[in-house]
Design a protein around this ligand. Structure first.
Ligand SMILES: [Fe+2]
Length: 187
């Protein structure tokens, strides 16, 4: 969602709340025993809850099923998901471009650091598909770097596109390829 469409959404929400407040006042003119204004008050109360639920859906959450049963790797994966959420928060509160850039850079740097740590652990445990997994890491870094570079050049590609890409990019890897080496780490 771009800044413009986010502002339009906020405007629609404000108009809706204002409209409800006016209708509640008018509703009470029908008498305090009339159900309509009370019903509208109920609608007014649940709006923030619905709004919070919609916002919460944009954040990624760690699940126990993502675990590879190695504390260092799990901690890194949790940290990476946390960094994506940090970026989501920066975007949600329309933080300045500099903070968003910094968060993106930090995320790429930590991903590279994590991949090399993960590769070392896989090697230490003689993971047979190590080379294939290492190539996948290199491909992922190239892919995300290219995607972010394109975002920096082409501003029609919004930060929300970048976030969407990062979420599926990371979760598919954690929950897909990374699960394949899980049994080997126990050896
Ligand atoms: Fe991996």
């Amino acid at each position: 969602m771009s800044t413009t469409s986010r502002n339009i959404n906020m405007l629609i929400l404000s108009v809706l709340i204002l409209g409800l407040l006016v209708m509640i006042v008018l509703g009470f003119m029908l008498g305090f025993s009339h159900p309509l204004p009370w019903l509208l008050i109920g609608v007014l109360i649940i709006i923030p809850f619905i709004h919070d639920k919609i916002v919460a859906k944009r954040f990624v959450e760690w699940k126990e099923s993502y675990s590879v049963e190695n504390k260092d790797i799990d901690d890194d994966h949790k940290k990476l998901l946390g960094m994506i959420n940090q970026l989501q928060t920066a975007v949600h509160y329309q933080t300045d471009e500099g903070t968003i850039e910094q968060t993106l850079n930090d995320l790429i740097d930590y991903t590279k650091y994590h991949f090399s740590r993960e590769e070392k652990i896989m090697q230490d445990h003689d993971y047979p598909d190590f080379e294939e997994h290492k190539q996948e890491h290199a491909k992922m870094v190239a892919q995300v770097t290219q995607f972010i570079d394109e975002y920096r050049i082409d501003k029609t590609r919004t930060i929300d596109n970048v976030l969407q890409f990062l979420k599926s990019w990371l979760i598919n890897h954690i929950n897909g390829s990374d699960q394949k080496y899980r049994p080997y780490l126990k050896k």
